[in-house]
Structures are given as C-alpha cells and as structure tokens.
Design a protein around this ligand. Structure first.
Ligand code: E4P
Length: 215
C-alpha cells in the first residue's frame, strides 16, 4: 500500500518523508486554507520535497473553468495531479484531461457507482471518503471493498485512494481491502508506529541492561 499525506503542512511532510514513508500528498481547499499562504506557494514547495504525485484541487464548477484551472495547476510542477469533484462536469473534465495526458484524482466519491463512473472517465485516482460516510452511519470501508472488486473485475487501471481516514483501524482495514493508497492526515500518521507495549518493552530492556555486569 502506498501512503499519501493528506496535508499542506510542510513540517509534517518533511518529518514523515525522512522515514521514506511519503509516496505522495493530497490537498483540498480546506487543507490549503489552514496554511495561510498562497495556494501556488504551498503546492510548489510540497512538489519540490516529494517526488510522488501531489494533488491540487480545482475550484471552478463548469467544465471550462475546471479545464482552465487544471492546465494552470498542472504547469506548477511535473508531479501535480488535478483533483476534481465527482459531478457531471467533473467527469467530463476528467475525461478531457485524460485525453491530454494530465493525471486526475476524482474526489468526494461516496458510492461504488460514482467510483465506477470516474474510472470509466479515465481518472488516474479515485478518492472514496471513509470517515465522512462513517459520520452518517454508513460503513465507509464497504465502499473501499466494493470499489476494489469492481476495478479488479474490469481490470481498470484507476487506483483507489482511501480518503477521509480518521484512525489506525481505517488504514489497516483499507490495506486488507486492497486499496492501492491511503491518504493519511499528517497528525495521524505518526500514531501508526506507536504502541504502548513497544515503549514498555524498551523501558524493560533498558532496566534489565543495567543489571548486566560491566566489563
Ligand atoms: C482527500 O483527498 C481529502 O483531502 C480528505 O481525505 C478529506 O478528509 P476529511 O473528511 O477528514 O476532511
């Protein structure tokens, strides 16, 4: 499974990147707004640190607006991927961008049918939102499982980004379900390597080590 960081925070990206764990980065307008810096500056700085795909989202809602923005964003760095919402216009823009060889990430996917539409339109990635489905008492992970089966059934190349991840369990279950990628908040990812028994084990080893006779 590839790990993307779902953040615009440079410190979080640098920290996790030092461990070789950042395969890409996803952003959205809410994430960018938290940084208090121009969109272009944030994306270009991330793209200079991370060699994998960096998703930047369009704001326009018409096909022409999306295409115009997408072409501009794609010119910011060679590894920028265009994030588009799953609407009729978003699907048309995805199809047209795929014809131009521009990579896309179709976001706000909440049903298997939506995911299949995006894959057929030529999306490089689709982002089903687990946490937001869980929030409305619908099992988000079922969507990941269903989409994995559907993409495999038809040998579609689109990769599933398990998005809106809120817990370690989400990451583990998405990996078991075969999601190609999990995009993980920068604040959550460091908790993946933590376990209280690991800390307790180190403490005990160090205490026992004190009992070893010094030569
Ligand atoms: C995906 O690319 C989105 O940026 C993100 O996962 C949304 O997550 P949220 O529901 O926590 O805002």
């Amino acid at each position: 499974m590839k790990f993307f960081l779902d953040t615009g925070n440079i410190e979080e990206i640098r920290r996790i990147n030092r461990l070789g764990l950042v395969d890409g980065v996803t952003t959205n307008p809410s994430i960018i707004a938290k940084e208090g810096r121009p969109f272009k500056d944030v994306i270009q700085e991330i793209a200079s640190i991370v060699s994998g795909p960096v998703s930047a989202e369009v704001i326009g809602l018409s096909v022409e607006e999306m295409l115009q923005e997408a072409r501009e964003l794609a010119a910011w760095a060679p590894n920028v991927v265009i994030k588009l919402p799953l609407t009729e216009n978003g699907l048309e823009a995805t199809y047209r961008l795929s014809q131009e060889g521009i990579k896309t990430n179709v976001t706000l996917v909440f049903s298997a049918a939506q995911g299949l539409m995006a894959a057929k339109a030529g999306a490089t990635y689709i982002s089903p939102f687990i946490g937001r489905l869980d929030d409305i008492a619908v099992e988000g992970m079922k969507l990941i499982r269903d989409l994995k089966i559907i993409l495999d059934n038809y040998r579609l190349d689109t990769e599933i980004i398990a998005a809106s991840i809120r817990s370690i369990g989400h990451v583990e279950q998405a990996a078991i379900a075969g999601a190609h990628i999990a995009t993980i908040p920068g604040s959550l990812l460091p908790t993946l390597w933590k376990h209280p028994l690991t800390d307790a084990g180190i403490d005990r080893f160090l205490k026992d080590w004190e009992k070893v006779p010094k030569a």
